[in-house]
Design a protein around this ligand. Structure first.
Ligand code: ZN
Length: 282
């Protein structure tokens, strides 16, 4: 599932080709994409819009139009936006939308599992949309401080990993980068979020940023489906410290990496570097 670094990689590759272009023709082939809005209405509303910028907020791609409207694209499990359109797309059953630009190139939205969404917002609706979803601050932005992270975790009994996944403390972190961040911070993923002391909160903030920045530098992680907008693979999967590495030695101490489940998600950690706070209490 694409997380912040994967979405940022797609955004940065899409932006130069889309910015300044007008959407000449929009075909939405899968009604699930725009639900509950009828796809033909959204397609008609998009035609004629000119792209002012392509931004990102958390895991959302935000296409900004000169009209002040925004198209929010959430890729969920397997969505991707491809430009230029790949060869052989006419026979590709997973293409869910095609946008013809005024330079005659096509942008293709592809999604195998079909959980991705397109939401077209009218001018002025963007902040309310994110607020309604309790989307936290950008973890690579200035607002993500140890103090802000501490405030959003305070009093919470949920495991710290679950707190990172729910997007309220910071937007854009998913299963991979949560595990990596907790390893950098030397925090056990099941530690109740509200139990972290100031030093651990500061370490967690630093760990989140380190994991995400490395992910962006490596153009994301390619596991199964993820590709960038030009079809290229990321390289972050070669840099994982714990994610998916059960029984392999921890890079820091040599202890075999352990696997557990937190919030229903496979979770990897080093039992020596990330000791259980619960264990010391029991
Ligand atoms: Zn270790």
């Amino acid at each position: 599932m694409p997380e912040l670094p994967e979405v940022e990689t797609i955004r940065s590759r899409l932006a130069p080709g889309l910015t300044g272009r007008k959407l000449e023709r929009v075909e939405i082939l899968d009604p699930r994409l725009t639900r509950p809005e009828p796809p033909e209405l959204v397609a008609a509303a998009l035609e004629g819009e000119r792209v002012a910028d392509v931004r990102r907020r958390g895991k959302y791609l935000v296409v900004v139009f000169e009209s002040g409207r925004h198209l929010l694209v959430h890729l969920r499990m397997t969505g991707n936006v491809l430009h230029p359109a790949p060869e052989g797309r006419k026979d590709d059953p997973h293409v869910r939308a095609v946008v013809r630009l005024d330079d005659t190139s096509d942008v293709v939205y592809r999604d195998v599992r079909r959980f991705g969404t397109w939401d077209l917002l009218e001018p002025g609706e963007l902040e309310g949309y994110f607020a309604a979803r309790r989307l936290g601050v950008e973890p690579l932005g200035r607002a993500f401080t140890a103090a802000s992270l501490g405030r959003s975790l305070a009093g919470r009994k949920a495991p710290v990993k679950a707190a990172l996944l729910d997007q309220r403390a910071a937007a854009g972190i998913g299963n991979i980068y949560a595990d990596e961040a907790l390893w950098y911070a030397r925090i056990h993923p099941l530690t109740p979020a509200g139990q972290l002391d100031d030093e651990q909160v500061a370490a967690l903030r630093a760990g989140v940023r380190k994991a995400l920045q490395l992910g962006i530098r490596r153009q994301g992680a390619t596991l199964r489906d993820y590709r960038s907008s030009d079809g290229s693979e990321g390289r972050m999967q070669h840099e994982f410290r714990v994610y998916g590495r059960a029984d392999e030695p921890c890079e820091r101490c040599g202890t075999p990496i352990a696997k557990t489940r937190v919030a229903g998600r496979g979770t990897w950690y080093c039992p020596a570097c990330q000791p259980s706070e619960l264990g010391s209490v029991a």
